[in-house]
Write a protein that binds this ligand. Sequence first.
Ligand SMILES: Cc1cc2nc3c(=O)[nH]c(=O)nc-3n(C[C@H](O)[C@H](O)[C@H](O)COP(=O)(O)OP(=O)(O)OC[C@H]3O[C@@H](n4cnc5c(N)ncnc54)[C@H](O)[C@@H]3O)c2cc1C
Ligand code: SF4
Ligand code: SF4
Length: 1019
Amino acid sequence: MNKPLDLKELMVDQAQLAKRLRQETSGEVMLDAASRGRYATDASIYQAMPVAVFIPKTAQDIASSIQITAQMGVPILPRGGGTSQCGQTTGAALVIDNSKYFRNVLDLNLDKGYVEVEPGMVLDHLNGTLKRHGLWYPVDVSTGGQATIGGMAGNNSCGSRSIAYGNMVHNVLGINAWLANGQVGEFANYANSSGVAKELGDFVKGLANTLQPEIEAHFPKVLRRVAGYNLDIFHPQSELPYTQDGGVNLSHLLVGSEGTLAYFKSLKLKLAPLPQHKVLGIVNFASFYKAMDSAQHIVKLGPTAVELVDRTMIDLARSNPSFQKTIETALIDHTAQTPEAILLVEFSGEAHAPLLEKVKALQELMSDLGLPGSVVNMPDSSLQKNLWEVRKAGLNIMMSLKGDGKPVSFIEDCAVPLESLADYTQALTEVFSRHGSRGTWYAHASVGTLHVRPILDMRRDGAQKMRAVAEEASELVRKYKGAYSGEHGDGLCRGEWISWQFGPKITEALSEIKYAFDPKGLFNPGKIVNPPKMDDTSNFRFAPNYKVIPLQPALDWSAWNVQNNPVTEQTTAPGTGGDPAMGLAKAVEMCNNNGHCRKFDAEVMCPSYRVTRDEKHLTRGRANTLRLALSNQLNIKDNASSPLASDAVKEVMELCVSCKACRRECPTGVDMAKMKIEFLSAYKKRVGYSLRDLAVAYLPKYAATISNTPLLPRLLNLRNHITPIAKLQEWIMGISAQRSLPIWKSKNFWNQKASSDYQFTPEQLAQDTDGKGVVLLADTFNAYFEDENLIAALQVLKAAGYRVHIPNKGMRKTGNACSKEFCCGRTYLAAGMVDKAKETLGELVDHLTPYADKNIPIIGLEPSCLFTLKDEALVMGFGDKAISVSKQAQLLEEFLASKAKVGKLKLNFKEASKPVLFHGHCHQKAFAAVTPAMELLKLIPKAEPKLIESSCCGMAGSFGYEAEHIEVSKQMAELSLLPSIRKSPDSWVVADGTSCRHQIADGTKREAVHIARILAAHL
Ligand SMILES: Cc1cc2nc3c(=O)[nH]c(=O)nc-3n(C[C@H](O)[C@H](O)[C@H](O)COP(=O)(O)OP(=O)(O)OC[C@H]3O[C@@H](n4cnc5c(N)ncnc54)[C@H](O)[C@@H]3O)c2cc1C
Ligand code: SF4
Ligand code: SF4
């Protein structure tokens, strides 16, 4: 019997390992604590510091690293997206990240319906490629935007539609993999196998034949069993055959092996035709038990998915204005009480009509089951899409619970036969209640795998409760002949339950398989074979010695500094959570490593990852680095007065463009843009402000002086025409010579406008205008560089009958050296001067409050300035004043579109002569203010507005001007924004952000205009 590797005693010469990897491979090698820390966690509760991190560039790099680690006795751990929920990818090993360079399709055979890919290929990217051929890879895990095929195979992952298509094991045709001795085995059809794959196959067959009675007795007869190795390939126990021809495929032994047997080099996958049509029947239930009991009957109709949403989730969605309408499309009667559960029953196929018949059959079935009239028929694909989104968002809302108690995944994928589902869920609910917790239920009713996470506080009594709940849940799983590990794998969390599930003989056989493949036990040790106890707190991310360093953040994070009640989910008052970092640490700890920020397909998050594919330039990498720094786990030695000011934090914040996308798109609301403000504030205190910082920060202060000084604007503009000046400026200030700078003008908004026209007290505006009074913010950028935007906005507002107040501290007709305009403080925040920003923004908030208190709309043109009032102003200690102002703050298009919606916008636009392309500013997207812009543009006849599906434009305030960031900035713009504009040479390009317009002009030589100008031009 091989002796398991004792990871706690492991002594590795890290420096020697790194040296050899650097000398003998072309990959990236990381040894510093922060880099290792970023690979120490996955979407589980566990944490283990890797020995080192390796990012191979070539297959030979991987082969060499396997050889080096074997020689040095170092464990290795292959990793994809790192989204495992059970700690599969945490370990004291050389962690090897496939996701950066191994993303290629190697062979696509349409005739035979298969594709061969590298292990780091992301599921959604693969399906994006297959779509044009009418095909897809149908193991549709919810993490499809970030899960890699290697990781999915490693975990034997399963999608929502597994009832129709099966799990990974049913859809992998072959795997080529490196073995511990460096050989590559070709694991596929056993009958045709040869070499090392055959030898190992023969060995496993011998074991399986000997253990056939044990296998038949102990392998659960459900589709969703992913525990251990698939020893049953020789005597299949799954509800669905593993192969079409009934033969044995040796690659299935590797599926679900969690990196413990071999390192996948390439994977051959079985493809399915993309269904042409889908219809949904949504069954409403007044009783949760009845919903669960009905699933067994519904699946007989042949659906491709039956997904559960319980009452808690429905209510969460109904209470959220963004989801309310959509979730109510699923309800029989939205005026009645919320149903206890709904089941989303999907039918799909080649033709639409037969699917409608299926929904009819569902309605009849429900009548027979005593629930006539309980089915909503949803044939419309866009409504279906919206509803699936809400189903996902419900989980996100649940995961965003603040406080140390979190919904913990450890029994969330037990699978039981459908006939026992109702009794099982009822009994488990009682278990939760006995342990002072509660579960929200959702997901795969079709296959008896319901997700449920009780809320546990893993820093306090969570470990004990987890053990107690797991013990009782396991009894229920046994009683109902289910599988304890039905979707998310074993890892550190469920390893110990393998012997419970299969008994000692099979457990021993799994160990024999492990050491036949990996005699030294170096491949991902401690997983599947010789696992630790699930509640060994030394493996926890929040281990008993986890402590946060006390510090005073620059912003108010007290909203995160709370605790929660695991049953009611009510949180305590802000500031009472006991966080020594006043809530900042708890905000950072909200990241549960689910990896959603690694998605590429939609929306904005995370632009810096999209161009670098580096974990450190990802929201998750940043959050993990901050968590480790704030809890003193990085061994920081750079004399930083605050962990926030350390070089390790600087490294991860370097490319964060403060786009605020994570604030909206991260399921748990990790708000990295605000965290970057904290970093900048601390870091600049440590290193001081550069000339460039000062130039950016004080722009609103000196803009008036420059603009109003005769000849000075012309002189400064020479910089854009005389290259040596630009180069000198780059050398002195770090502003890229490749960039043009905004053009100074002597004619600006302030020196053209007479004050009396735009000066109203709140009372005047409220009384004299009969609801037609508004405040318009004249920000520095639009006032001094693009006053035509403000003039256009005034034109539109006036045409619509509004009277406008423009905030200022004493308007003048002609130049005055000292600026008297209000400012939102954005430029100070960009330079890390939080105190200065508070002072400036505080003045503006004071000025605006009386208007806001009278419900007078506060309109802005520049998204980054306007949304400062809805975002940062709320965490600067301004109290109720800021809340009142934030409620009135809106972009011009939000204001006008809201009026148009209720028929109160009387503007007759003339026909557009060319179509309109619209690019949303990141902050506009983060605050859901793109739709109003599109709605408004649609009011212009023949404008045919088209939204450019783009992430960040890459300018991000001053980021794109900075010499060290110019290349990344251009790459961000080239991802989709600039190519889309080039493809439409005859369109108007509309972009509300001043820096977005600048990037478009620099990159395409096309002028983009503010929406105010398009509207004014069509009056
Ligand atoms: C919010 C959320 C929702 C989820 N939903 C689902 C779901 O619907 N269905 C589901 O099944 N799972 C789900 N999961 C779990 C997880 O996302 C999946 O298991 C996913 O397939 C893992 O992919 P990955 O690339 O992140 O793999 P990783 O987590 O990086 O790795 C998974 C395992 O594969 C091994 N591995 C990776 N690459 C290789 C290789 N080249 N060779 C050998 N072994 C390798 C790793 O060592 C590890 O043991 C969910 C997780 C989260 C956080
Ligand atoms: S930052 Fe948000 S999206 Fe990214 S891993 Fe953390 S929780 Fe998930
Ligand atoms: S603010 Fe933008 S760039 Fe920064 S972490 Fe969030 S999504 Fe990424």
